[in-house]
Design a protein around this ligand. Sequence first.
Ligand SMILES: Cc1ncc(COP(=O)(O)O)c(C=O)c1O
Length: 413
Amino acid sequence: MAKGPTDHLSPATRLTLAGRRPEWTGTADQPGAVVSPPVWRASTHLYPDTAALKQGPRSNADGRFYYGRRGAPTQWALAEALTELEPAAGEGGGTMLYPSGVAAIAGALLAALRPGDVLLMTDNAYDPSRVLARGWLAEWGVETRWFDPQDPAALAAACCERTRAVLLESPGSLTMEVQDVPALAAIAHHHRACVILDNTWASPLGFAALAHGVDISVMSLTKHVGGHSDLMMGSATAGAEWYAKLRRTAQVTGQVVSPDDAALALRGLRSMAVRLERETASALTLARWLATRPEVAHVLCPMLPGSPGHELWARDFTGGCGLFSVVLKGGTAAARDALIDALGLFGIGYSWGGFESLVTPLDPASARSAVDWPLPGMDPADRFGVRLSIGLDDPADLQADLERGLTAWSAAR
Ligand SMILES: Cc1ncc(COP(=O)(O)O)c(C=O)c1O
């Protein structure tokens, strides 16, 4: 849609222009031109003759009609828009879409790993990533070793000649440690391993993953991009070399998303910068307040000084989001549950990044392999907490709600 290159424009501006090619929307001088690429539903695309049909599979390029599994303009527009948010993807780079964030993580790992390889996984990785490694990847002959997310030397020590992929998550979506991604990527590349980052927390608006040395940047679009808790989708964005491998793997395994969901994700994308800005500001206000409360032992919020890796967040990130964790001072799991049950504005449910505020129990002990929970330096008695996803509500209302929850916790502990 933009007349000319957009690389020099700020990400918030690119967000409003991306993926709006004139061939998908029409142009303003044509009757019927539209702002957003319409929902283009199709499994079958028709060919004029058999010669054209036979050519179809041979031209496996982006933006070419072939068969519904390779998408149509609605999905292509979303993929292109996501790639435009990572300018370091460069010529030939691109984005694959998947039916969920977990499918995107699996797609990236499958593109990078073969039987006999070793995967190094950060110890703060999202639990289903760990489950995938322990179960399915292990059965297919891939060995996984976990390393301390905050210690590049631990990654260096764990690398071997069979290491072919390193999975990072920065910050971890439960325990919130921010990682030194450029240092970790340099170590991985020294061993010729592919660096995959789950960049769902910050999105490319808050962390330009490919520009910081990542090979494949994965997002659960279910979170900030969708933004309204009504769709599931994932993406993997990469430069030319890894994009080609992602594409081949996704095509072989039949990954495709519906055009209706792609249109919803595109709609969410347009307002993502404003939502993230508001959620980040509200989260910081609440995190600062919670840090002053006597019931609270730790606030794990990357934007807050003292949170693990905060200085790396300040060095590398241009934004945050509304997701953070709170560790309570002593108490029991039952008292923590009483806190959650006393909340009236926070929905109790999985996921995050939507317009609504959510809360879940924080019990990460069973999801650690290299560094135990509570983390080093924490009192072992401080182990129960909550994870908050701050939405678009007024933070003053959320603060009053949390105050009610903390009172219930004090009564129950
Ligand atoms: C950090 C992170 N990555 C990936 C996922 C998976 O995304 P999805 O739920 O879209 O499969 C989640 C879901 O909660 C997540 O928190």
